[in-house]
Design a protein around this ligand. Structure first.
Ligand SMILES: [Zn+2]
Length: 81
């Protein structure tokens, strides 16, 4: 189990989902990748220290099932800028 680098607590909640302020759903914040024809969102998770609120790590899972990651540079190229 990881320890919080800020307060040294072991009270780490792993895999906490990101979502909208209005609570309309989870999985709506993520990193974009290209699948076959379409773009998709890879859900972002974070490990959170439940004692001081420090976010230890932010990550996506199931990388082998993701296509090509969409980057800012690539996005600009496609717009011709
Ligand atoms: Zn902490």
């Amino acid at each position: 189990m990881p320890l919080c680098p800020h307060c040294n607590s072991a009270n780490i909640k792993q895999g906490v989902l990101w979502g909208n302020q209005d609570g309309s759903g989870t999985g709506s914040v993520g990193l974009i990748y290209r699948g076959w024809m379409l773009s998709h969102l890879a859900t972002v998770h974070s490990d959170l220290c439940a004692d001081c609120g420090t976010v230890l790590r932010t990550y996506v899972t199931d990388l082998e099932h993701k296509g090509e990651w969409a980057t800012y540079d690539q996005y600009n190229e496609e717009l011709g800028s």
